[in-house]
Design a protein around this ligand. Structure first.
Ligand code: ADP
Ligand code: MG
Length: 243
């Protein structure tokens, strides 16, 4: 579903992605981890055209991104869901309205159809009661679950998550991870930037470890955790385990 070959990206004179090559198969869950500033967000933002890159090739769902055919991008973004650290809900819309908006505007669903789908997704993320609340009346964990429901409402074929639990208080992390575990078990193809290593162990098929713009390791989760190859990955794992 995703193929990236020798992707390089610079911000000005600073190279932030270096020869990044990897693939994600249908139904795989790939966790991306690594130190802050190593290029994780930049890499996954390249996968749905939120960032341009200067050389290499990326194809996502058979859409070539390197050719910069901008007309394909809106269609691609609809098929690739993205969930951010900061939820990014519309503050003036209720949870239900947040989940309906894209369905009506982008997918041209009727209001009734959009609401039916939104309510079933709210139930799925455990938020039936929250339909009519504004984001400001929801906890961080609830807001993030609404954001996931909003993304799923577009029937994405791949889901990208960029540190979805990093902005949450610790007691809310699991309610969001549980939703993601459910998605993974249903066979959703997922690329997840996270430092939640218990989650990574439980659901990931592969772990990619990034450092200074490079994918330093790309291995089965169990192998990565038991025997990280690089000294950098070892140091990284030790630093997060000791927290
Ligand atoms: P991570 O998600 O792993 O913390 P990022 O992908 O956000 O890393 O950032 C990778 C590098 O790119 C960092 O050095 C960061 O400072 C730099 N960077 C990110 N966004 C921009 C930008 N818009 N302009 C310039 N540099 C940026
Ligand atoms: Mg980041």
């Amino acid at each position: 579903m995703i193929h990236a070959v020798s992707v390089n990206k610079w911000y000005g004179s600073t190279q932030v992605l270096k020869e990044c090559t990897f693939s994600v198969q249908k139904g795989e869950v790939v966790v991306v981890c690594g130190p802050s500033g190593s290029g994780k967000s930049t890499l996954i933002r390249c996968l749905n055209g939120l960032e341009e890159f200067q050389s290499g090739k990326i194809s996502v769902l058979e859409v070539e991104l390197s050719a910069r055919k901008q007309r394909h991008l809106p269609a691609l973004r609809r098929r690739v869901g993205m969930v951010f650290q900061q939820f990014e809900l519309f503050p003036h819309l209720t949870a239900l309205q947040n989940i309906c908006l894209g369905q009506q505007i982008v997918l041209h669903r009727s209001r009734t159809d959009a609401e039916t789908r939104a309510r079933s997704l709210l139930a799925r993320v455990g938020l039936t009661e929250a339909a009519d609340r504004l984001p400001s009346r929801l906890s961080g964990g609830q807001q993030q679950r609404v954001a996931i429901a909003r993304s799923l409402a577009m029937d994405p074929e791949v889901m990208l998550f960029d540190e979805p639990t990093s902005a949450l208080d610790p007691e809310m992390i699991n309610e969001v991870l549980d939703v993601m575990v459910g998605l993974a078990k249903e066979g959703m193809t997922m690329v997840v930037v996270t430092h939640e290593m218990a989650f990574a162990r439980r659901v990931s098929n592969r772990v990619m470890f990034m450092d200074a713009g490079r994918i330093v390791e790309d291995r089965a989760g169990a192998d990565f955790f038991q025997k990280p190859e690089s000294t950098r990955a070892k140091a990284f794992l030790e630093s997060i385990i000791s927290h």
